[in-house]
Every structure is written in structure tokens, then in C-alpha cells.
Ligand binder design. Structure first.
Ligand SMILES: *Cc1c(COP(=O)(O)O)cnc(C)c1O
Length: 392
């Protein structure tokens, strides 16, 4: 099927663009030995896990279901081909009822607090797992997106130095520390390696005394490694420093940079009218199919369009839901839009299909793959049942 024949709305992931990103990430692994995992929460298109598993070292999960998906679709199939991939998990709090199953899927388990580590750590170790504790280096490097800053005051993510030192000073804490394999931090969001460097300085300053007894350190995600202009040599210096100074294995777990700029959301114009400004209603919704546009918020790039007023015809593009704010943004075009025109939103692989919903009974977009030979294949289509099955 051709790109222009795909039904809309449809997420289309471009295999060649994903591979380009994976090549860049694999280069970091080849040059430094750092292990890179797919953070599934950003991109869980498991039709591509076999490909991703050829370039990366495994997957990481935010909870039981993602860890099972990573096991089923990436780690187990790779093992059948003789390649050993890793399956990591971090959750702010594990459920007792999930934990035995998590132990089946995961080899690395990261805890968010000393209490969690005390509750589950010895059991995980006894099952042969590598265990880690997430720290909060209290080093905010982000501007603008407070909800993406785990170092903000009052954060529930990670152990602060004060708390770490206090716990490590108790008998129980010291015992736990002696079985801890790694330290995990995740503080970045769409950032460059200068902010990683700054964060690592804070990690060393606050937690440096604990690093020599660890086996690994996990730098989390938020590294925009595959973005043009990302300073990869600086990232590699950060990795080597931790390897050489403390003898640590280094992990990175990017989500975004695996599928950055590698996918599209195609939509069709359903209706056009005017209310002070020209308005086009599309068959895709910001609220349902690209919630980060409203949540983050951001303006998705749209192929062959400009900023409002840049080109001759400006439209406010909105979704077909009842939400007044279901607006993707204002865009301009060289020619007037018509009913039936197709629009291609770009950079729609990440944090899109993993976050979509059926509010208003909106259909879910199909998921398609644009193959290297230019052909498209619809990987999955959804219907009424997918809406109904989530309700009762
Ligand atoms: C979100 C998250 C990631 C991935 O972040 P990206 O910004 O998509 O690279 C990795 N690790 C943890 C713990 C996360 O919460």
C-alpha cells in the first residue's frame, strides 16, 4: 500500500528513520561499551521490537505490563536467536501482587525508596536479580516543563542525599546498601549532554562515596541523542568518566531518542468554516491522539505548512471532539484547504500511540509501518470493540 492510500487517522512509523536513530545509539554503545535500553513508555510499537533489539541492549519498563511486553516481544524472541537482551524495571512503588510476575520478566529492578528496597530487595536478590535504587540528585536543569522535573522541590521520585545518608547510617540500611548493585537517576527531558554533565557532577558530589561499591549506574532517559546538534562526544566523556573512575557499567534508557522524528500522524480534513479565523476540523484529535500537544504543551510540525500568516492561507486545526480546547494549532498553507485534504503531522511516533484514548468515543488511529522500499503496511487497525472493551 502507498503512503497516500493509508486510511486516516493513522500513525505511520518510518523504518528507515528508526534505523537511522538506532545506528546513532548503537554507535555510542560500540565506542563506549555503555548499554542502551528502550524506555517503552515513550514508544511501545512492538512490531519493531525485533529490529530495536538488534541495535539496543534491551528494554526498560514502568510497571508490570510494559515489562511483560518487553519480555514477550523483545527479550524472549532475541534469546531464541541466541542474543541475550536485558529487561529492566523502575516503578515508584511495586504491588505485592505483581512482584512475583515481575521477577519472571525482569533482570534489573530499580526501587524508588529505601522502604521499597527493604520490602522487595532481598527477595529480588534471592531470585538472582540485579537491584538498584533511584536517587534524586536535586539538580534541576530544565526550564519550562515543571511537570517533567523530578528534581523539583517535594518530588516523589528518587532518594535525596539527606535521606540516603540517614538510611545508610542505620544497621538495616547498611545491610541493604551491601546488596545494592546500582544507582539510577532520571532527571532530564529532551536535553543535551551539557545538562547530563552538570547532573553527573551533582550525583558525584552528593553520592560519590557510594559509587565505588556499585556495579552499575543508570543515567535514565531524556537524552536527545538523535537530535541534530546533540553533543555525542560529551555524552561519551560522561560515560567513560563513570566507567574509569568508579569501574561502573553505564546504562542509558532513552525513550524519545529511539523514535525521534521517525513517525507521522496522517489526518483528513473533514470540514472547513470561518469564525473570525478559518477553522478546519480534522479526523484526528489533539486530546485523543496527541495528548502531549495539550499536556506539554507543544506545536507538532506539519508537513508543507508554516507559522500562522507565513503562507497565504491560515487555519486553526482542531479535532472532532466536544472539547473546546481540542486544538492542534494554527498553521498556514500555500493553497486553501479543502474537505478531503490529507495532512501529515510529523514527529508523532513518540508519546503518541502510548498515550492515546477514546474520549468521546473517538476511534483510535491505525498503526502502519513505512518500509524501506517505500511500501506501507498496516500493522493494526482498531474499531468499535476497542472502545467498548475498556468500558462496561
Ligand atoms: C520517561 C523515562 C525514561 C525515558 O525518557 P525519554 O525522555 O523518553 O528519553 C527513562 N527512564 C525513566 C525512569 C523514565 O521515567
Amino acid at each position: 500500500m502507498k503512503f497516500t492510500q493509508l486510511p486516516t487517522p493513522c500513525y505511520v512509523v518510518d523504518e528507515a528513520l528508526i534505523e537511522k536513530n538506532l545506528e546513532i545509539l548503537k554507535g555510542v554503545t560500540e565506542r563506549t561499551g555503555a548499554r542502551i535500553l528502550l524506555a517503552q513508555k515513550a514508544f511501545s510499537m512492538y512490531a519493531l521490537y525485533p529490529l530495536i533489539g538488534k541495535f539496543l541492549n534491551g528494554a526498560t519498563a514502568s510497571g508490570l505490563y510494559e515489562s511483560r511486553l518487553g519480555a514477550e516481544e523483545m527479550v524472549v524472541p532475541a534469546a531464541a536467536e541466541g542474543r541475550k537482551l536485558e529487561n529492566h524495571i523502575f516503578s515508584p512503588a511495586y504491588r505485592e501482587s505483581d512482584f512475583e510476575e515481575i521477577l519472571r520478566y525482569c533482570d534489573h529492578i530499580v526501587f524508588n525508596s529505601w522502604i521499597q528496597a527493604e520490602k522487595f530487595g532481598a527477595r529480588a536478590k534471592a531470585a538472582g536479580k540485579s537491584i538498584g535504587l533511584r536517587i534524586n540528585p536535586e539538580c534541576s536543569t530544565q526550564e519550562g516543563h515543571a511537570i517533567y522535573d523530578p528534581c523539583a522541590p517535594g518530588s516523589r521520585l528518587g532518594v535525596t542525599k539527606a535521606h540516603f545518608d540517614m538510611a545508610a547510617g542505620t544497621a538495616d540500611g547498611a545491610r541493604l546498601l551491601s546488596i545494592l548493585d546500582g544507582i539510577h537517576f532520571h532527571t532530564l527531558c529532551e536535553q543535551n549532554s551539557d545538562h547530563l554533565e552538570q547532573t553527573l557532577d551533582a550525583v558525584e558530589e552528593k553520592f560519590g562515596q557510594y559509587l565505588p561499591s556499585m556495579k552499575w549506574i543508570n543515567f535514565g532517559g531524556g537524552h536527545h541523542i538523535t537530535r541534530a546538534g546533540y553533543d555525542i562526544p560529551r555524552l561519551e566523556r560522561c560515560i567513560r568518566k563513570m566507567q574509569q573512575k568508579y569501574g561502573l557499567e553505564v546504562y542509558l534508557e532513552p525513550g524519545e531518542s529511539v523514535a525521534l522524528n521517525a513517525g507521522f500522524l496522517i489526518a483528513t480534513v473533514l470540514e472547513i468554516f470561518r469564525n473570525g479565523t478559518d477553522i478546519a476540523i480534522l479526523d484526528t484529535s489533539a486530546a485523543c491522539h496527541m495528548p502531549d500537544v495539550l499536556e506539554m504543551p507543544y506545536r507538532p510540525p506539519l508537513r508543507d505548512s508554516g507559522q500562522p500568516g507565513d503562507k497565504a492561507h491560515t487555519y486553526r486545526l482542531g479535532g472532532p471532539t466536544c472539547l473546546a480546547g481540542d486544538i492542534i494549532g494554527d498553521y498556514s498553507f500555500d493553497r486553501a484547504l479543502r474537505e478531503g485534504d490529507r495532512l501529515v503531522f510529523e514527529d508523532m511516533a513518540i508519546y503518541s500511540m502510548v498515550k492515546n484514548n477514546t474520549f468521546n468515543g473517538m476511534p483510535l488511529p491505525s498503526i502502519a509501518l513505512l518500509k524501506k522500499n517505500g511500501d506501507c503496511r498496516i500493522v493494526k487497525q482498531f474499531g468499535y470493540r476497542d472502545f467498548k472493551e475498556r468500558l462496561s
